[in-house]
Write a protein that binds this ligand. Structure first.
Ligand SMILES: Nc1ncnc2c1ncn2[C@@H]1O[C@H](COP(=O)(O)OP(=O)(O)OP(=O)(O)O)[C@@H](O)[C@H]1O
Ligand SMILES: O=P(O)(O)OC[C@H]1O[C@H](OP(=O)(O)OP(=O)(O)O)[C@H](O)[C@@H]1O
Ligand SMILES: O=C(O)c1cccnc1
Length: 480
């Protein structure tokens, strides 16, 4: 990435005090397994979308404590000299598995797993979580908005209201993966290839002596991509008539029929219907109507139900900040450690709140698809060395109500987590952002519509294998 900062110390301070402690107590090299998972889908939705893996992998590849970092840490006075010496050559040497970006994910299932010596695995927690939480949040929100638009393109317009530069650039990236057609963020295009584009601001219209001159000038400069903002003065009395005149006088003589207007205030249904009639009456049937103004999935759905004649949407603040639910609660939990002989010892975190009890052990996640419909019907978390045999009947049970059991045949099982790092070496190269976007849309197509409802979606099953469930119960009993 351009102008890359050294983010090594973008960690919670306790990662370092624990690291120093592991170092001094002989735990430094103890192999650990950590899972990243989340508990609740934002906005009460049925699924989330994983994003941010590429930035996680870049960060891990570049992890280095430079001289400045070490001398800053020395100045804190709480780290031993040997630990500071060790940090000079610190590198990530472990393994990481993760779901590809754009994959729909469900509560409780690991979407990234780390296997590494304790100091390393612990140290990367903060950056991993902040990156995956942010981009998965924006991807999840965006996809709701895109689905509400029902195939009409949605452009991301939020940079100016994003909570800082990273939120703007990486938010634009995540929104493109999750289905936006493009972004207003130029840097997100330069760095990541999320196509940048846009219309015009009210200031352009105000800058000229009159609205017509502003529109005409713009059409002369950009005859092939003129989207005229028609609400600076009065949409129906001046904006649309002036736009029609500019299109007719500048574009039509050149044989250009594709053009657009943007509505950015007022009753978007009423105005779009009236504007559509005026444009059609003027023969501008190919002229598109773009709408913006504090939109989100609910308003877009409403507008379309009301019969708005809108062809595409620009969505800013409510998308880039995920305003309705601005936190993605991904967590990083220890699931197992290895003893000196390489045996995996499962670990569990108990909580009064049953939903916060973790799933122990080194695990795999399978997505199960019905062969007749191709649709996903459940995810199954298994031990790392279990294999789901598609040729055998598979009995699934509800982990919270184990008497509820059902046997499935004629299904396909696909492993979700793929290797990203092996022994410290990056083995996964992200596909292009367009490929991620295409993959995301295809994976969402494999979910039933019931799971995609905005309100009260069907609860998609995330089950545990019998072996994993038994181990979890043993650990729970042992802790009582
Ligand atoms: N037909 C409609 N149904 C539901 N919501 C709508 C409709 N038309 C517009 N909205 C939404 O209503 C809100 C209107 O907000 P607001 O009152 O700030 O806008 P405005 O009246 O256009 O004024 P301004 O010129 O300050 O932008 C926006 O979120 C907009 O997307
Ligand atoms: O409403 P959003 O979903 O964030 O979409 C982006 C908004 O940003 C621009 O407004 P601008 O910043 O010029 O100010 P405005 O709110 O007065 O229109 C644009 O005209 C949209 O209204
Ligand atoms: O291109 C646009 O129309 C645009 C860009 C950013 C914010 N609002 C609108």
């Amino acid at each position: 990435m351009k102008d890359h900062m050294n983010y090594t110390l973008l960690c919670d301070f306790y990662e370092l005090t624990m690291g120093n402690g592991y170092f001094q107590t002989g735990h430094a090299g103890q192999i650990c397994y950590f899972d990243v998972f989340f508990r609740n889908v934002p906005d009460g939705g049925g699924f989330a979308i994983a994003a941010g893996l590429e930035q996680v992998a870049d960060y891990i590849e570049r992890l280095r404590f430079d001289e400045e970092d070490i001398s800053y840490l020395r100045g804190k006075g709480c780290f031993c000299a040997e630990f500071l010496e060790y940090l000079k050559t610190f590198r990530f040497t472990g393994d990481i598995w993760a779901v590809p970006e754009g994959t729909p994910i469900f509560p409780g299932e690991p979407f990234l797993t780390v296997r590494a010596p304790a100091i390393e695995a612990q140290f990367i927690e903060t950056f991993l979580l902040l990156t995956l939480n942010h981009q998965s949040l924006i991807a999840t929100k965006t996809n709701r908005i895109v689905r509400a638009a029902g195939g009409r393109p949605v452009s991301e317009f939020g940079s100016r209201r994003a909570q800082g530069p990273d939120a703007a650039i990486l938010g634009a990236r995540a929104s493109y993966i999750a289905g936006c057609a493009g972004t207003a963020c130029t840097l997100a295009d330069e760095i990541y290839g999320a196509p940048a584009g846009g219309t015009m601001a009210h200031s352009w219209v105000q800058m000229f002596p009159d609205e017509y001159t502003a529109f005409k000038t713009y059409c002369q400069l950009y005859p092939h991509s003129a989207t005229l903002l028609v609400d600076t003065y009065n949409v129906l009395k001046s904006g649309v008539p002036n736009a029609i005149r500019a299109f007719q006088e500048v574009l039509l003589p050149q044989g250009i029929t594709s053009c657009a207007i943007r509505l950015d205030s007022g009753d978007l249904t009423y105005l779009s219907r009236k504007a559509r009639k005026m444009l059609d009456a003027a023969g501008l049937t190919e002229c598109k109507i773009v709408a913006s103004n504090s939109l989100d999935e609910y308003i877009i759905r409403d507008l379309l139900l009301q019969g708005a004649r809108i062809d595409s949407f620009g969505v800013g603040e409510r998308l880039i900040t995920s305003k309705s639910e601005p936190v993605f609660g991904g967590v990083y939990k220890l699931a197992a450690v290895e003893d000196g002989a390489g045996n995996i010892i499962p670990k569990i975190k108990i909580s009064e709140n049953a939903a916060k009890i973790t799933n122990p052990h080194f695990k795999k996640v399978y997505r199960l698809f019905e062969n007749d419909t191709g649709k996903a019907f459940a995810d199954l978390i298994t031990l790392h060395d279990e294999v789901v045999e598609e040729s055998q009947p598979l009995e699934l049970f509800d982990p919270d109500a184990t008497w509820k059991r059902k046997t499935f045949t004629d299904f396909t099982a696909k492993e979700l987590l793929v290797p990203v790092f092996q022994r410290g070496r990056r083995v996964y190269r992200s596909p292009s952002i367009l490929e991620m976007r295409t993959y995301c849309a295809a994976q969402i197509d494999l979910l039933w519509d019931e799971v995609k409802r905005f309100e009260n979606p069907h609860n998609y099953y995330v089950d545990l294998s019998q072996k994993l469930w038994d181990i979890k119960q043993q650990l729970l009993k042992g802790r009582r």
